[in-house]
Design a protein around this ligand. Structure first.
Ligand code: ADP
Ligand code: MG
Length: 528
């Protein structure tokens, strides 16, 4: 009988010749148990966790991980495993009991493979298929009809946690499927609820708040798809559309309201709308929603609710948002997937140093270059007027059709512009920040940041429009000394994503002083 620690015996159920090292163990054969640590033949059972393990070495690793995770309060640093298909395509998961039957060790291993980190009490194991968490049949059918074969990693972890009624603060890459990870639990909850309590039919049960009309429209569209055929109606409450119609819909009885805070408050103050029944509220792009400007409005809406479950999402969640989140709900479970607060790894960044006067010409060069122009393209600019002027200039000079989109255009115009862009009639769209957050721009693989936004966070969201579900995209970014405030952070971002950094940016006095290592900093190659 072997023992791991002197004071701990007996250790294994196996009697003799327990393998010491992981590599002494053979590969697993079909149907055999597999080691939760290394995946070899799980010949033994760990007495403390009941997990299958292959050797003393892996038992040690398993126990020390469990001890560490119990000790650490903060999220552990990400451990990067090579991405394998196994991470995302763990099939054979149609059995409902599958995720419940995962042992602690297996759950931990799965999370590590999926790059999922959790902080909070009793967080359920990730699900491996949509069918494993008791969703209504119609919802499962709608998920399949939407083409969602497998949950994405953020959905694997957030859906079961939300279904348990937990308040969540979730960070995951742009384009990683966060929307469905809150809509699936909402549709499930609402359809079950109305089935039982017909007397409350008129009152909304859930609410999603987002910062822009475009995003609200997309969220509502997705909600409708997922709730098709179920007792699940939605109302869109955004500026630019007639309020009377929105009010009428709510009064007819809806389960979900999707809206921007401003218009919602407008509606609430002018009309008597019962929000007591709201059991789930989502703050999508939560960092933006809790910034000055929106924060007061969000708090005002919260005061009309009675302690709902709060689901908060973004690709960028700074520490102060984590603190504010705990004010909105006690006992928030934190979930982070991938590399939080960093640019989407699927987007290749190309930073180019361009003086302001030359920016237009540089853009035209790109749009006229067969090699560099990859339509459909979104060009981000800093102002509404800039968007209008630049789109006209592009069309005239390059003969490439461009339209602008920004907050001053009517809802109808914005819808039509987005439609013509998404169906391919217009290859270039020049946008202000309205398109930066959350909006899915199908087919877009190239983003050009003509005017750097004011914060790295917005930059992360804007370049995120070039990729969805990990597909590769490119972001071309114009930089010059006018963006000096962002140099230190920008350089860190470019560095951490392996992008080349323009010489002028590396050498700038606004960068050099703040670079870690200061003097010893190596110069990187010029980008373009
Ligand atoms: P995020 O909010 O994380 O930026 P979205 O929720 O907007 O990303 O999702 C990005 C895209 O991925 C959308 O087009 C959505 O329809 C699609 N999508 C979401 N979940 C799945 C899934 N499980 N399988 C396939 N596509 C998905
Ligand atoms: Mg989103």
């Amino acid at each position: 009988m072997a023992a791991v620690n002197g004071d701990e015996a007996p250790v294994f159920v196996a009697e003799d010749n327990v393998k010491e090292r992981c590599w002494d163990q053979r590969e697993v054969l079909p149907g055999e148990p597999l080691c939760v640590i290394c995946g070899r033949y799980g010949e033994y059972i760990c007495d403390r966790t009941d997990d299958d393990i292959c050797s003393l070495e892996c038992k040690q690793t398993l126990l020390s991980r469990i001890d560490n995770s119990q000790l650490s309060v903060d999220l552990p640093p990400p451990i990067r495993l090579p991405a394998t298909d196994e991470c995302f395509y763990v099939r054979d998961a149609d059995d409902k009991s599958e995720s419940q039957s995962l042992t602690n060790g297996q759950t931990e291993l799965l999370r590590r493979k999926l790059d999922i980190f959790v902080k909070g009490d009793i967080v359920p194991a990730p699900i491996l298929s949509f069918s494993s968490c008791d969703l209504p049949q119609k919802l499962l059918h709608n998920i399949e009809a939407a083409g969602y074969e497998m949950p994405t990693p953020v959905q694997m972890q957030a859906i079961p946690a939300a279904l348990m009624g937990k308040s969540l603060l979730v960070s995951a890459d742009t384009g990683s499927g966060k929307t469905a990870s809150f809509l699936v639990p909402i549709v499930s909850f609402c359809s079950n609820f109305t089935r039982q309590q017909f007397s409350n039919l008129k009152n909304p049960l859930a609410m999603v708040l987002t910062p822009t009309r475009e995003l609200c429209i997309q969220v509502e569209e997705q909600a409708k798809l997922l709730g098709k055929g179920l007792p699940f109606k939605t109302a869109l409450v955004v500026g630019g559309d007639a309020m009377a119609r929105q009010l009428h819909r709510i009064q007819q009885g809806v389960e979900l309201i999707v809206g921007t805070p401003g218009r919602l408050i407008d509606l609430l103050t002018k009309h008597d709308i019962e929000l007591d029944g709201i059991s789930i509220i989502v703050l999508d792009e939560v960092d933006c929603m809790l910034q000055r400007g929106f924060r007061e409005q969000v708090m005002q809406i919260f005061r009309a609710l009675s302690q709902p479950q709060v689901l908060m999402y973004s690709a960028t969640i700074p520490k102060e948002v984590e603190k504010m989140a705990s004010v909105l709900s006690k006992d928030v479970t934190v979930i982070s997937v991938g590399n939080p607060n960093k640019p989407n790894r699927a987007v290749k960044q190309l930073a180019i140093w361009v003086e302001s006067k030359q920016k237009k010409q540089k853009l035209f060069d790109i749009l006229m270059s067969k090699q560099h122009f990859m339509p459909p393209v979104v060009v981000f600019v800093g102002s509404r007027l800039g968007a209008d002027l630049l789109s006209k200039a592009i069309t005239i000079t390059t003969k490439v059709k461009a339209l602008s989109i920004h907050g001053e255009k009517s809802m109808k115009e914005r819808r039509e512009i987005l439609r013509s862009f998404l169906v391919g009639e217009v290859p270039v769209i020049v946008a202000t920040g309205v398109l930066g957050r959350g909006v899915v721009l199908l087919g877009v693989r190239q983003v050009i940041i003509f005017d750097m936004p004011n914060s790295i966070k917005e930059y992360v969201h804007q370049i995120g429009r070039a990729s969805r579900l990990g597909e590769e995209g490119t972001a071309i970014v114009f930089v010059n000394e006018e963006n000096k405030k962002m140099f230190p952070e920008l350089v860190e971002f470019l560095k951490s994503s392996g992008a080349a950094i323009p010489r002028e940016l590396v050498n700038s006095r606004y960068t050099v002083g703040s670079l870690s290592g200061g003097k010893g900093q190596k110069k990187r190659k010029h980008a373009y």
